[in-house]
Design a protein around this ligand. Sequence first.
Ligand SMILES: [Fe+2]
Length: 281
Amino acid sequence: MIKRRPELANWQSIPYVTAKNKFKHMKKKYLVFLSLLSLVLFSCNNKKLTEVVEVPLPSKEDKMIIGNPEDVKADDGTFKMVALPYSYEALAPNIDALTMELHYSKHYLTYTNNLNKVIAGTELDQLPIEEVLKKLDVSNADLRNNAGGFYNHSLFWDSMAPKAGGQPKDTLALAINRDFGSFANFKSQFEAAAEKRFGSGWAWLITDKAGKLQITDSANQDNPLMSNAEIKGTPILGLDVWEHAYYLNYQYKRRKYIDAFFNVINWKKINERYEEAMNAK
Ligand SMILES: [Fe+2]
């Protein structure tokens, strides 16, 4: 049985003529209502379309533009920036272009300019940077941070290369096997040092006084050449674990950044540094 809606039930109790007139009246009202509704909807829809069209397109300034490392120029001074031997995009996806650009054109540039300012006119001004690091007074925070920042980053750039990674094949491969047992052992120890370094700092592969390879780490922009280093030696590979080196792409996942670094290590260059360090002993 179909139940009648209560409002319709009331209708049926009204005399026929009145009900017919009322129906006509309602129909008119309904048509007027529909017309108004269409007008409002059309108007809203029209407004919506207009608004979409009126949203300004991103200006040139809003778009991300990756620059050219060759355009980065430090102020005049004793120490010159090392040229980045590849484009900012070249290490992606392991190290993204924006991180590389900010790291090189802002952080490294700043360390270089600050070092030149702070060292100008001092007795260390004309020494090679390695000698500056060995001789500087570690209580001089300005010199220590900026000389360290300059040297560490200068070493870092060509420790990486596009289409690199894998394992060393030359003299260094033999030395790694000799001092760590295997490349896998070396890798896990180096990764652990980079991961456990609390806050900002660096993980290092160095050759010590006896020519042995060792892994160590340092805080901030310190390094194993400085007089305060726990384990002193000549750095042949350094990994920057400051957040500015990975946070844009990896956020808090430092371990993922460390793994990615191993995909771009320029072992040919690291081997050259190792042989150079051995020849200097
Ligand atoms: Fe850095």
